[in-house]
Design a protein around this ligand. Structure first.
Ligand SMILES: Nc1ncnc2c1ncn2[C@@H]1O[C@H](COP(=O)(O)OP(=O)(O)O)[C@@H](O)[C@H]1O
Ligand SMILES: [Mg+2]
Length: 302
């Protein structure tokens, strides 16, 4: 079976799995207008009325994106070895910061390997760290899974900022009611999304996000599969770090090599083995500790 055939089969399996689990695909969030004082209490920004994404914590726990209370310590340990080197290299804590290291892309060779699942998990987990804020960017503009998940699919986002130079991308970032955790929706789907992601303007938009006044903000970019789309390769260019999600026992070795080759030489890449195959129900990930192995190479070791 060719890589593309395998990918299509995987995609169909994933669709079937999702169809059988309607709860996981139901939005976990909703947009709310909040008053000036309430808004200031959430993100510390000047007190003006604001629209925020109100997330359903119970639904996040049930969908496996947040640990249940009794698992918090175990999960914190589990994530530590994944996020620590990323954050160290991003913020220069204990090591030299990587250029653009606060821009972190979650990539994989093929669909269904867990990019979206891991990016939401990792972003939420990082936002729980002291002194760190996280922006989760839905850069999978063709399949804006995060935007659907958070109930912000109709909101202007990355695509609008790419289309119109007068739009400041930061103005489209939506705070959430989880402290220090914000999201940038993918935006309204359009036919030219791929060209837009590959455009010069994209570099400017990322540079703007990297220049955030909040120097302790990391941005996690969910992305399309590297081997099936060209926009993902372009997206990788301005990224300071790439986490390549590999599905344990599933992703063909050649696909991993090809994906790494797509990223170009010298790009700091971390491999994250995701054993989503072993997962039979939402949340199992936490019980099983199924993040598995983690390896870093490329660029400088953090
Ligand atoms: N570690 C995991 N634990 C539980 N479910 C997972 C895990 N990784 C992936 N999944 C599930 O597998 C499916 C495919 O993952 P997804 O993140 O959508 O893949 P991608 O974004 O790479 O296409 C989703 O239903 C997701 O919730
Ligand atoms: Mg995805």
């Amino acid at each position: 079976m060719s890589l593309v055939e395998q990918a299509l089969k995987k995609l169909q399996e994933t669709r079937r799995a999702v169809a059988g689990e309607p709860r996981r695909d139901a939005p976990l969030g909703v947009i709310r207008e909040v008053s000036a004082p309430a808004a200031a209490a959430i993100d510390g920004a000047p007190a003006t009325p604001r629209r925020i994404v109100q997330l359903d914590r119970n639904a996040l726990v049930q969908a496996g994106f947040l640990p249940p209370d009794h698992k918090q310590r175990q999960i914190a340990d589990q994530f530590r070895h994944v996020k620590r080197p990323l954050l160290a290299a991003a913020l220069g804590r204990g090591v030299e910061p990587l250029p653009n290291g606060r821009m972190i892309m979650l990539a994989s060779s093929l669909p269904g390997e867990g990019k979206t699942f891991v990016s939401v998990n990792l972003a939420l987990s990082m936002s729980l760290e002291r002194d760190i804020s996280v922006l989760l960017v839905d850069a999978d503009v063709a399949k804006p899974h995060i935007s659907r998940l958070f109930g912000i699919a109709g909101e202007p986002g990355l695509l609008e900022a790419l289309q119109d130079e007068r739009i400041d991308v930061e103005s489209l970032v939506l705070p959430t009611d989880i402290p220090k955790f914000s999201v940038l929706p993918a935006g309204q789907p359009i036919d030219t999304a791929t060209e837009l992601l590959a455009s010069r303007r994209m570099q400017a938009v990322i540079a703007r996000l990297a220049a955030s006044q909040d120097r302790a903000r990391v941005a996690i970019f969910d992305s399309p599969p590297l081997l099936l789309t060209s926009e993902s390769r372009v997206l990788a260019q301005p990224m300071g770090q790439v986490v390549l999600v590999v599905q344990a026992g599933k992703t063909p070795q050649r696909a991993v090599h090809d994906a790494i080759a797509c990223l170009g030489e010298g790009k700091p890449v971390s491999l994250l083995l995701n054993q989503s195959e072993a997962v039979t129900e939402a949340g199992y990930y936490y019980r099983d500790g199924s993040y598995g192995e983690y390896a870093r190479y490329g660029g400088r070791q953090a």
